[in-house]
Design a protein around this ligand. Structure first.
Ligand code: PLP
Length: 402
Protein backbone atom coordinates (compact mmCIF):
# COMPACT_ATOMS: atom_id res chain seq x y z
CA UNK A 1 0.00 0.00 0.00
CA UNK A 2 1.01 3.60 -0.53
CA UNK A 3 -0.28 7.07 0.31
CA UNK A 4 -0.60 7.35 -3.47
CA UNK A 5 -2.86 4.32 -3.89
CA UNK A 6 -5.75 6.50 -5.05
CA UNK A 7 -3.77 8.18 -7.82
CA UNK A 8 -5.57 7.57 -11.11
CA UNK A 9 -3.68 6.64 -14.24
CA UNK A 10 -3.36 9.73 -16.45
CA UNK A 11 -4.02 9.54 -20.17
CA UNK A 12 -0.94 8.79 -22.31
CA UNK A 13 0.63 11.65 -24.28
CA UNK A 14 -0.11 10.70 -27.85
CA UNK A 15 3.19 11.66 -29.55
CA UNK A 16 5.33 9.93 -26.93
CA UNK A 17 3.19 6.79 -27.01
CA UNK A 18 3.45 6.79 -30.79
CA UNK A 19 7.26 6.98 -30.74
CA UNK A 20 7.39 4.16 -28.21
CA UNK A 21 5.24 1.99 -30.47
CA UNK A 22 7.39 2.94 -33.45
CA UNK A 23 10.59 1.98 -31.62
CA UNK A 24 9.14 -1.43 -30.76
CA UNK A 25 8.03 -2.11 -34.35
CA UNK A 26 10.44 -4.39 -36.24
CA UNK A 27 8.90 -3.77 -39.70
CA UNK A 28 11.69 -2.76 -42.07
CA UNK A 29 9.88 0.07 -43.85
CA UNK A 30 8.31 1.64 -40.77
CA UNK A 31 8.13 5.45 -40.83
CA UNK A 32 7.78 7.84 -37.89
CA UNK A 33 5.74 10.87 -38.87
CA UNK A 34 4.74 11.67 -35.31
CA UNK A 35 7.73 13.33 -33.74
CA UNK A 36 8.26 17.07 -34.18
CA UNK A 37 12.00 17.15 -34.67
CA UNK A 38 14.12 17.79 -37.76
CA UNK A 39 15.68 14.81 -39.51
CA UNK A 40 18.31 14.68 -42.24
CA UNK A 41 17.72 13.02 -45.61
CA UNK A 42 18.84 9.82 -43.93
CA UNK A 43 16.26 10.22 -41.18
CA UNK A 44 18.80 11.11 -38.49
CA UNK A 45 18.83 13.95 -35.92
CA UNK A 46 21.03 16.94 -36.87
CA UNK A 47 23.25 18.91 -34.51
CA UNK A 48 23.81 22.19 -36.35
CA UNK A 49 27.51 22.69 -37.23
CA UNK A 50 27.38 26.24 -35.86
CA UNK A 51 26.16 24.86 -32.52
CA UNK A 52 29.06 22.37 -32.41
CA UNK A 53 31.47 25.18 -33.23
CA UNK A 54 30.18 27.41 -30.41
CA UNK A 55 30.21 24.51 -27.96
CA UNK A 56 33.91 23.99 -28.69
CA UNK A 57 34.57 27.67 -28.02
CA UNK A 58 32.55 27.57 -24.80
CA UNK A 59 34.43 24.50 -23.58
CA UNK A 60 37.72 26.33 -24.12
CA UNK A 61 36.57 29.58 -22.51
CA UNK A 62 38.31 29.90 -19.15
CA UNK A 63 36.24 32.93 -18.16
CA UNK A 64 33.00 30.94 -17.91
CA UNK A 65 31.94 29.51 -14.58
CA UNK A 66 28.94 27.78 -13.03
CA UNK A 67 27.56 30.70 -11.03
CA UNK A 68 23.79 31.24 -10.99
CA UNK A 69 22.28 33.30 -13.77
CA UNK A 70 19.92 36.15 -12.82
CA UNK A 71 16.30 35.03 -12.18
CA UNK A 72 15.20 36.50 -15.52
CA UNK A 73 18.12 34.89 -17.35
CA UNK A 74 21.18 35.91 -19.31
CA UNK A 75 20.83 39.56 -20.40
CA UNK A 76 22.92 38.98 -23.56
CA UNK A 77 20.62 36.13 -24.57
CA UNK A 78 17.36 37.91 -23.74
CA UNK A 79 18.27 41.04 -25.67
CA UNK A 80 19.42 39.03 -28.68
CA UNK A 81 16.31 36.82 -28.68
CA UNK A 82 13.89 39.74 -28.35
CA UNK A 83 15.73 41.66 -31.09
CA UNK A 84 15.61 38.66 -33.39
CA UNK A 85 11.86 38.50 -32.95
CA UNK A 86 11.03 42.18 -33.24
CA UNK A 87 13.79 43.17 -35.66
CA UNK A 88 17.05 44.67 -34.41
CA UNK A 89 15.98 48.24 -35.19
CA UNK A 90 12.39 48.06 -33.91
CA UNK A 91 11.59 51.40 -32.20
CA UNK A 92 10.03 49.65 -29.18
CA UNK A 93 13.53 48.45 -28.27
CA UNK A 94 14.96 51.97 -28.29
CA UNK A 95 11.95 53.17 -26.33
CA UNK A 96 12.75 50.56 -23.66
CA UNK A 97 9.27 49.12 -23.70
CA UNK A 98 10.12 45.62 -24.83
CA UNK A 99 12.22 43.08 -22.97
CA UNK A 100 12.96 39.37 -22.86
CA UNK A 101 12.92 36.77 -20.13
CA UNK A 102 14.94 33.59 -20.56
CA UNK A 103 12.70 30.57 -20.04
CA UNK A 104 12.77 26.79 -20.27
CA UNK A 105 12.14 26.56 -24.01
CA UNK A 106 8.80 27.50 -25.55
CA UNK A 107 6.78 25.48 -23.07
CA UNK A 108 8.47 27.12 -20.09
CA UNK A 109 7.88 30.56 -21.59
CA UNK A 110 4.19 29.74 -21.99
CA UNK A 111 3.99 28.57 -18.39
CA UNK A 112 5.70 31.70 -17.03
CA UNK A 113 3.50 33.91 -19.22
CA UNK A 114 0.34 32.11 -18.11
CA UNK A 115 1.19 32.27 -14.42
CA UNK A 116 1.98 35.98 -14.65
CA UNK A 117 -1.25 36.67 -16.57
CA UNK A 118 -3.40 34.75 -14.09
CA UNK A 119 -2.05 36.93 -11.32
CA UNK A 120 -1.86 40.30 -13.10
CA UNK A 121 -4.28 40.50 -16.01
CA UNK A 122 -7.52 39.98 -14.16
CA UNK A 123 -8.89 37.30 -16.47
CA UNK A 124 -8.71 33.53 -16.30
CA UNK A 125 -10.15 32.89 -19.74
CA UNK A 126 -7.91 31.88 -22.61
CA UNK A 127 -8.69 31.04 -26.20
CA UNK A 128 -6.84 28.56 -28.37
CA UNK A 129 -7.29 27.64 -32.00
CA UNK A 130 -9.28 24.57 -32.90
CA UNK A 131 -7.15 22.56 -33.32
CA UNK A 132 -3.96 23.64 -31.56
CA UNK A 133 -0.73 22.19 -30.16
CA UNK A 134 -2.18 19.85 -27.56
CA UNK A 135 -0.06 21.22 -24.72
CA UNK A 136 -1.55 24.73 -24.68
CA UNK A 137 -4.52 23.77 -22.54
CA UNK A 138 -2.49 21.69 -20.08
CA UNK A 139 0.04 24.49 -19.56
CA UNK A 140 -2.62 27.16 -19.09
CA UNK A 141 -4.77 25.03 -16.81
CA UNK A 142 -1.79 24.03 -14.67
CA UNK A 143 -0.88 27.72 -14.36
CA UNK A 144 -4.33 28.50 -12.93
CA UNK A 145 -6.44 29.54 -15.93
CA UNK A 146 -9.98 28.38 -15.30
CA UNK A 147 -11.49 28.43 -18.70
CA UNK A 148 -10.05 27.38 -21.99
CA UNK A 149 -12.25 28.06 -24.97
CA UNK A 150 -11.51 27.28 -28.56
CA UNK A 151 -11.92 29.56 -31.54
CA UNK A 152 -12.62 28.12 -34.98
CA UNK A 153 -9.50 27.94 -37.12
CA UNK A 154 -9.31 24.99 -39.47
CA UNK A 155 -12.03 24.19 -41.94
CA UNK A 156 -11.92 20.50 -42.84
CA UNK A 157 -14.00 21.03 -45.99
CA UNK A 158 -11.86 23.86 -47.30
CA UNK A 159 -8.67 22.31 -45.92
CA UNK A 160 -7.74 25.84 -44.94
CA UNK A 161 -8.43 28.69 -42.54
CA UNK A 162 -11.98 29.30 -41.34
CA UNK A 163 -11.49 33.07 -41.09
CA UNK A 164 -15.12 34.06 -40.62
CA UNK A 165 -15.57 31.43 -37.87
CA UNK A 166 -12.41 32.64 -36.17
CA UNK A 167 -13.43 36.30 -36.29
CA UNK A 168 -16.90 35.50 -34.99
CA UNK A 169 -15.57 33.48 -32.04
CA UNK A 170 -13.01 36.14 -31.14
CA UNK A 171 -15.61 38.87 -31.33
CA UNK A 172 -17.65 37.00 -28.71
CA UNK A 173 -14.71 36.71 -26.30
CA UNK A 174 -14.98 38.65 -23.03
CA UNK A 175 -12.65 41.64 -22.61
CA UNK A 176 -9.10 40.74 -21.50
CA UNK A 177 -9.36 37.13 -22.60
CA UNK A 178 -5.92 35.83 -23.56
CA UNK A 179 -5.83 34.84 -27.22
CA UNK A 180 -3.13 32.31 -28.09
CA UNK A 181 -2.00 32.84 -31.68
CA UNK A 182 0.62 30.86 -33.56
CA UNK A 183 3.19 33.32 -34.90
CA UNK A 184 3.89 31.15 -37.95
CA UNK A 185 3.74 27.53 -39.10
CA UNK A 186 0.57 26.74 -37.17
CA UNK A 187 0.83 23.44 -35.30
CA UNK A 188 -0.83 21.07 -36.22
CA UNK A 189 -2.36 22.37 -39.45
CA UNK A 190 0.58 24.12 -41.17
CA UNK A 191 -1.99 26.71 -42.25
CA UNK A 192 -1.27 30.39 -41.46
CA UNK A 193 -3.44 33.45 -42.02
CA UNK A 194 -2.39 35.71 -44.90
CA UNK A 195 -1.32 39.29 -44.15
CA UNK A 196 -4.80 40.60 -45.00
CA UNK A 197 -6.34 37.99 -42.71
CA UNK A 198 -3.98 38.95 -39.86
CA UNK A 199 -5.15 42.54 -40.26
CA UNK A 200 -8.75 41.48 -39.72
CA UNK A 201 -7.77 39.34 -36.72
CA UNK A 202 -5.91 42.31 -35.22
CA UNK A 203 -8.97 44.53 -35.74
CA UNK A 204 -11.17 42.23 -33.65
CA UNK A 205 -8.57 41.78 -30.92
CA UNK A 206 -8.17 45.54 -30.70
CA UNK A 207 -11.86 46.33 -30.78
CA UNK A 208 -12.77 43.71 -28.17
CA UNK A 209 -9.77 44.61 -25.94
CA UNK A 210 -8.39 41.06 -25.92
CA UNK A 211 -4.82 40.18 -24.98
CA UNK A 212 -2.72 38.60 -27.77
CA UNK A 213 -0.16 35.99 -26.83
CA UNK A 214 1.89 34.79 -29.78
CA UNK A 215 3.52 31.39 -29.63
CA UNK A 216 6.59 31.45 -31.87
CA UNK A 217 8.15 27.99 -32.01
CA UNK A 218 9.34 28.10 -35.63
CA UNK A 219 10.88 31.48 -36.49
CA UNK A 220 13.21 30.96 -39.46
CA UNK A 221 12.43 27.27 -39.53
CA UNK A 222 9.16 27.79 -41.40
CA UNK A 223 10.17 29.82 -44.45
CA UNK A 224 13.95 30.02 -43.96
CA UNK A 225 13.54 33.78 -43.45
CA UNK A 226 13.58 35.22 -39.93
CA UNK A 227 11.76 38.40 -40.98
CA UNK A 228 8.98 36.69 -42.87
CA UNK A 229 8.25 34.27 -40.03
CA UNK A 230 8.02 37.18 -37.56
CA UNK A 231 5.75 39.28 -39.75
CA UNK A 232 2.54 38.79 -37.75
CA UNK A 233 4.15 39.61 -34.39
CA UNK A 234 5.87 42.71 -35.81
CA UNK A 235 2.64 43.82 -37.45
CA UNK A 236 0.77 43.66 -34.12
CA UNK A 237 3.60 45.55 -32.41
CA UNK A 238 3.56 48.23 -35.13
CA UNK A 239 -0.15 48.72 -34.49
CA UNK A 240 0.57 49.50 -30.85
CA UNK A 241 -0.65 46.31 -29.17
CA UNK A 242 0.72 45.29 -25.81
CA UNK A 243 1.50 41.61 -26.18
CA UNK A 244 3.56 38.62 -25.14
CA UNK A 245 5.42 36.29 -27.45
CA UNK A 246 6.86 32.98 -26.31
CA UNK A 247 9.89 31.92 -28.34
CA UNK A 248 11.39 28.47 -28.64
CA UNK A 249 14.91 27.78 -29.90
CA UNK A 250 14.27 24.03 -30.01
CA UNK A 251 13.55 23.74 -33.74
CA UNK A 252 15.41 26.63 -35.34
CA UNK A 253 18.64 25.85 -33.42
CA UNK A 254 18.04 22.12 -33.04
CA UNK A 255 18.41 22.63 -29.27
CA UNK A 256 15.45 20.47 -28.26
CA UNK A 257 16.88 19.11 -25.02
CA UNK A 258 18.68 22.27 -23.92
CA UNK A 259 15.31 23.85 -23.07
CA UNK A 260 16.14 27.33 -24.27
CA UNK A 261 13.39 29.84 -24.90
CA UNK A 262 12.49 33.46 -24.36
CA UNK A 263 9.38 35.35 -23.37
CA UNK A 264 9.21 38.70 -25.14
CA UNK A 265 7.06 41.29 -23.42
CA UNK A 266 5.98 44.40 -25.32
CA UNK A 267 4.40 47.19 -23.29
CA UNK A 268 2.97 50.59 -24.17
CA UNK A 269 4.83 52.55 -21.55
CA UNK A 270 8.39 52.02 -20.29
CA UNK A 271 7.33 53.42 -16.91
CA UNK A 272 5.75 50.09 -15.98
CA UNK A 273 8.58 47.82 -17.08
CA UNK A 274 10.28 47.74 -13.68
CA UNK A 275 7.18 46.69 -11.73
CA UNK A 276 6.25 44.14 -14.38
CA UNK A 277 9.73 42.61 -14.27
CA UNK A 278 9.55 42.47 -10.47
CA UNK A 279 6.41 40.30 -10.68
CA UNK A 280 7.95 38.01 -13.30
CA UNK A 281 10.89 37.66 -10.95
CA UNK A 282 8.58 36.40 -8.20
CA UNK A 283 6.83 33.96 -10.55
CA UNK A 284 10.15 32.43 -11.65
CA UNK A 285 11.83 32.57 -8.25
CA UNK A 286 9.01 30.45 -6.86
CA UNK A 287 8.96 28.07 -9.82
CA UNK A 288 12.59 27.15 -10.57
CA UNK A 289 14.55 30.13 -9.20
CA UNK A 290 16.71 30.73 -12.28
CA UNK A 291 17.43 29.15 -15.66
CA UNK A 292 20.35 27.04 -16.94
CA UNK A 293 23.04 28.71 -19.02
CA UNK A 294 24.26 26.37 -21.74
CA UNK A 295 21.54 26.90 -24.36
CA UNK A 296 21.49 30.63 -23.64
CA UNK A 297 25.25 30.86 -24.21
CA UNK A 298 24.97 29.04 -27.53
CA UNK A 299 22.13 31.19 -28.87
CA UNK A 300 23.59 34.48 -27.61
CA UNK A 301 27.00 33.71 -29.13
CA UNK A 302 25.48 32.92 -32.51
CA UNK A 303 23.08 35.87 -32.64
CA UNK A 304 25.70 38.34 -31.43
CA UNK A 305 28.45 37.31 -33.84
CA UNK A 306 27.91 38.37 -37.49
CA UNK A 307 29.77 35.46 -39.06
CA UNK A 308 28.19 32.78 -36.85
CA UNK A 309 24.80 34.44 -37.42
CA UNK A 310 25.27 34.08 -41.20
CA UNK A 311 26.24 30.40 -40.77
CA UNK A 312 23.12 29.79 -38.71
CA UNK A 313 20.89 31.53 -41.25
CA UNK A 314 22.32 29.12 -43.78
CA UNK A 315 21.35 26.19 -41.55
CA UNK A 316 17.77 27.37 -41.17
CA UNK A 317 17.53 27.72 -44.95
CA UNK A 318 18.81 24.14 -45.30
CA UNK A 319 16.20 22.81 -42.86
CA UNK A 320 13.27 24.76 -44.21
CA UNK A 321 14.07 24.04 -47.85
CA UNK A 322 14.38 20.33 -47.21
CA UNK A 323 10.92 20.36 -45.67
CA UNK A 324 9.53 22.39 -48.58
CA UNK A 325 11.15 19.91 -51.02
CA UNK A 326 9.56 16.97 -49.23
CA UNK A 327 6.16 18.66 -49.38
CA UNK A 328 6.56 18.92 -53.16
CA UNK A 329 7.76 15.32 -53.41
CA UNK A 330 4.87 13.96 -51.36
CA UNK A 331 2.28 15.92 -53.31
CA UNK A 332 3.79 14.82 -56.64
CA UNK A 333 3.84 11.17 -55.56
CA UNK A 334 0.21 11.30 -54.40
CA UNK A 335 -0.91 12.97 -57.62
CA UNK A 336 1.02 10.45 -59.73
CA UNK A 337 -0.85 7.65 -57.97
CA UNK A 338 -4.11 9.54 -58.59
CA UNK A 339 -4.88 9.34 -54.90
CA UNK A 340 -8.49 10.49 -54.38
CA UNK A 341 -8.78 14.13 -53.34
CA UNK A 342 -6.98 17.41 -53.87
CA UNK A 343 -3.42 17.48 -52.46
CA UNK A 344 -2.54 21.12 -53.05
CA UNK A 345 -2.78 21.81 -49.30
CA UNK A 346 0.37 19.72 -48.76
CA UNK A 347 2.45 22.37 -50.52
CA UNK A 348 0.46 25.41 -49.45
CA UNK A 349 0.89 24.52 -45.78
CA UNK A 350 4.07 25.67 -44.06
CA UNK A 351 6.43 24.45 -41.36
CA UNK A 352 7.05 21.12 -39.78
CA UNK A 353 3.52 19.75 -39.78
CA UNK A 354 0.89 18.95 -42.29
CA UNK A 355 -2.74 18.16 -41.78
CA UNK A 356 -3.28 15.48 -44.37
CA UNK A 357 -7.05 15.47 -44.17
CA UNK A 358 -7.06 11.79 -43.21
CA UNK A 359 -9.62 11.10 -40.49
CA UNK A 360 -9.04 9.20 -37.26
CA UNK A 361 -9.86 5.76 -38.68
CA UNK A 362 -7.73 6.31 -41.73
CA UNK A 363 -4.82 7.59 -39.63
CA UNK A 364 -4.99 4.59 -37.31
CA UNK A 365 -5.16 2.30 -40.33
CA UNK A 366 -1.96 3.94 -41.65
CA UNK A 367 -0.26 2.96 -38.39
CA UNK A 368 -1.63 -0.57 -38.15
CA UNK A 369 -1.53 -1.63 -41.77
CA UNK A 370 1.38 0.36 -43.16
CA UNK A 371 3.54 1.04 -40.08
CA UNK A 372 3.40 4.76 -40.92
CA UNK A 373 3.15 6.35 -37.47
CA UNK A 374 1.02 9.51 -37.46
CA UNK A 375 -1.37 11.24 -35.06
CA UNK A 376 -5.06 10.34 -34.99
CA UNK A 377 -5.86 13.86 -36.14
CA UNK A 378 -4.20 13.12 -39.48
CA UNK A 379 -1.20 15.29 -38.64
CA UNK A 380 2.13 14.24 -40.08
CA UNK A 381 5.56 15.70 -39.41
CA UNK A 382 7.15 16.56 -42.74
CA UNK A 383 10.57 16.03 -41.12
CA UNK A 384 9.92 12.30 -41.04
CA UNK A 385 9.35 12.22 -44.82
CA UNK A 386 12.66 11.59 -46.64
CA UNK A 387 13.67 10.95 -50.26
CA UNK A 388 13.93 7.25 -49.44
CA UNK A 389 10.48 6.83 -47.86
CA UNK A 390 8.31 9.38 -49.66
CA UNK A 391 7.10 6.85 -52.28
CA UNK A 392 6.22 4.36 -49.57
CA UNK A 393 4.30 7.01 -47.57
CA UNK A 394 2.38 8.08 -50.69
CA UNK A 395 1.51 4.47 -51.55
CA UNK A 396 0.30 3.91 -47.99
CA UNK A 397 -1.95 7.00 -48.13
CA UNK A 398 -3.18 5.96 -51.56
CA UNK A 399 -4.04 2.43 -50.44
CA UNK A 400 -5.77 3.77 -47.32
CA UNK A 401 -8.01 6.07 -49.35
CA UNK A 402 -8.92 3.51 -52.00
N1 PLP B 1 4.42 25.81 -29.22
C1 PLP B 1 4.21 25.09 -30.32
C2 PLP B 1 3.11 25.49 -31.23
C3 PLP B 1 5.00 23.97 -30.58
O1 PLP B 1 4.76 23.27 -31.69
C4 PLP B 1 6.04 23.64 -29.69
C5 PLP B 1 6.82 22.44 -29.93
O2 PLP B 1 6.40 21.46 -30.51
C6 PLP B 1 6.23 24.45 -28.58
C7 PLP B 1 5.40 25.53 -28.37
C8 PLP B 1 7.27 24.30 -27.53
O3 PLP B 1 8.28 23.45 -27.66
P1 PLP B 1 9.53 23.52 -26.69
O4 PLP B 1 9.02 23.60 -25.30
O5 PLP B 1 10.24 22.26 -26.97
O6 PLP B 1 10.30 24.73 -27.07
Amino acid sequence: SSVFNQVPLGPPIEVFALTEAYNKDSFEKKVNLGVGAYRTDKGLPWVLPVVKEVEKRLAADETLNKEYLPVLGSPAFCTAATSMLLGFDNPVLKENRAFGIQCLSGTGALRVAAEFLVKQLGSTIFYYSSPTWENHTLVFNNAGFEQGRSYRYWSAEARGLDLSGMLEDLSNAPEKSVIILHACAHNPTGCDPTQEEWEKIADVIEEKKLFPLFDSAYQGFASGDLEKDAWAVRYFVSRGFELFCTQSFAKNFGLYNERIGNLTVVMNDSEFVLTTKSQFTLVIRGMYSNPPSHGANIVANVLNNPSLFEQWKDHIRTMSSRIIEMRKALRTALEKLQTPGDWSHITSQIGMFSYTGLNENQSMYMVKKHHVYMLKSGRISMCGVTPSNVEYVAQAINETLN
